[in-house]
Design a protein around this ligand. Structure first.
Ligand code: ACM
Ligand code: ZN
Length: 513
């Protein structure tokens, strides 16, 4: 009897140990992984880099860990299984991409704490598009800044960099066929956007080489460097070439692209979709852009064209008559559809801001839903892919705290960013695959330098990364706020400017400049 008691006690103890071993836990990681299970023991963080890594790329091995759970092909490509033991690390994944993400997890774990618990992690992304957009036109950041942000994006398992390269206050990419875009309209006398655009229309440009001129642009070699850096980090770079609005700078360089009206018409930004020469220009520009960027996507802008010029321009009116277009919205749609056909001829697909819904959406276009979620929902209903980047949640030019430096726009606090749910109500299960994912947009009208730009990005980009990667049921604001503070401290050590995640503990914003 006594012996039996001992056996029972031992069995209970064993059961308890096994239970403790298998308990799912939470980590300090951002984004939170799908499954994290603590094992006994730990490894000191400074030893992590030297631990032996056994890497196996095998779909079969990964599927064994998934135990019947169904992942899409793109999820499988990014998925990984990771085991951290005292003597070494094992990584199993179906693709190099999964191995890369496992290593980002290791890097973050070793950075966040002095020791890392032995554990296993099974992980894959919720959405395929996890992006950041950077406006290079209003404030030109430059190559080193871009690479630094790509590094942080990679750590956060983000995989799309939307490069907003051209807009009213500056053209930022070399185009050999149209040299005035960079010899003239990449340069302006005033550095700060609002000093330049005093009258809400746009200021002057100056020739390259003018003393004290502000500006810059990416040469083709610069772009190749950035792309190589991004590619090593499994980040796709999607260039944006704006049309038909937001082209004040293009018209300054090549005034003949405006409507046939005095000074090109009252609206200062629009290209003339009536003229064949406008399409010739756009196609030549895009051919060079296609040569530079391997992404399957070209973002063609499409936002905020005022369209008043088109109502009275003889070329636009002639085009509308010839094509049977009943409104200027349909004229815009004609232009976008025509550019989509051109993109398709060159193996590319278009993305546009949600105004491309006006006048009828191009058949294969992906919509970036920025006014809110309604446009995105409509596009999904019509069978189109959508990326959610709603102003009131994901516009990173808006302030995160009324006490911050130069607070503009609405309050878009870290908590507000974190609260966004991309599967908007009304998106059916059958259409869910059309929601590609999420993106934060840093517009730089108000940004004065790199310190300021990073302060606007972080920690809010952490929240977007988690929404893009982690399962919805894993999201927990209280827990995230703590994790964001931890990662913020590490990011600061690495030289990033990060706005305090928790303002209540009087953390000080560290000035890195
Ligand atoms: C936009 O904010 N105009 C896309
Ligand atoms: Zn016109």
């Amino acid at each position: 009897m006594k012996i039996l008691n001992h056996w029972i006690l031992l069995a209970v103890l064993c059961f308890m140990v096994l239970q403790a071993e298998a308990q799912p836990q939470t980590t300090d990681l951002i984004p939170a992984p799908v499954e994290y299970t603590v094992r006994s023991g730990s490894v000191s963080s400074d030893k992590m880099a030297n631990l032996h890594q056994k890497v196996r790329i095998s779909t079969k091995a990964l599927l064994r860990h998934l135990e019947g759970r169904k992942l899409t092909d793109w999820q499988l490509k990014s998925a990984y299984w990771l085991e951290i033991g005292k003597k070494g690390v094992k990584i199993e994944a179906a693709d190099e991409e999964g191995v890369f993400y496992a290593r980002q997890t290791l890097k973050m774990m070793a950075s966040l704490d002095n020791s890392v618990s032995c554990c296993t992690i099974l992980d894959w992304p919720r959405f395929r598009y996890r992006g950041v957009m950077l406006d290079e036109s209003r404030h030109f950041q430059g190559k080193d800044f871009v690479k630094k942000q790509l590094e942080m994006m990679a750590l956060l398992k983000m995989n799309r960099f939307h490069f907003h390269l051209v807009d009213n206050p500056g053209w930022r990419v070399q185009i050999d066929a149209y040299p005035r875009l960079t010899k003239l309209t990449a340069w302006r006398p005033q550095a700060f956007f609002w000093d330049w655009e005093k009258n809400a229309i746009g200021g002057p440009f100056v020739e390259e080489g003018t003393p004290e001129a502000y500006g810059g642009y990416y040469t083709k070699q610069d772009i190749a460097d950035i792309l190589a850096f991004a590619d090593e980090r499994h980040i796709e770079v999607i260039p944006e070439i704006e049309m038909p609005g937001h082209n004040y700078e293009t018209r300054a360089a090549y005034p003949e692209l405006a409507c046939s009206l005095p000074n090109g018409g009252k609206d200062p930004w629009e290209l003339c979709p009536g003229k064949e020469s406008t399409f010739e220009f756009l196609e030549k520009v895009l051919l060079e852009v296609f040569d530079m960027f391997p992404s399957q996507y070209i973002h063609i802008g499409g936002d905020e064209a005022r369209k008043n010029n088109w109502k009275i321009c003889p070329d636009c009116q002639a085009r509308m008559k010839a094509e049977g277009l009943k409104s200027v919205e349909e004229l815009q749609s004609y232009m976008i559809k025509r550019m989509e056909r051109f993109a398709h001829e060159h193996g590319k697909r278009i993305i546009g801001w949600d105004e491309i819904l006006q006048g009828g959406l191009a058949p294969d276009a992906t919509v970036m839903s920025w006014h809110g979620v309604e446009a995105g929902k409509q596009a999904v209903r019509e069978g189109h892919d959508v990326i959610f980047t709603p102003t009131h949640y994901y516009y990173l030019d808006y302030h995160q705290d009324p006490a911050q430096f130069r607070p503009v726009g609405r309050l878009v606090s870290l908590e507000k960013v974190y609260s966004f749910e991309p599967m908007a109500e009304g998106i059916s299960e059958a259409n869910a695959h059309h929601v590609l994912g999420v993106q934060g947009n840093l517009w730089t009208e108000h940004v004065q330098d790199a310190w300021h730009a990073e302060m606007m990005l972080y920690p809010r980009v952490f929240a977007i990364a988690e929404t893009g990667w982690s399962p919805a049921e894993k999201k927990d604001w209280t827990d995230f706020e703590l994790r964001a503070s931890l990662l913020s401290a590490i990011a600061r050590k690495w030289g990033y400017t990060v706005y305090p995640a928790k303002t209540i503990n009087n953390e000080q914003l560290i000035m890195n400049e």
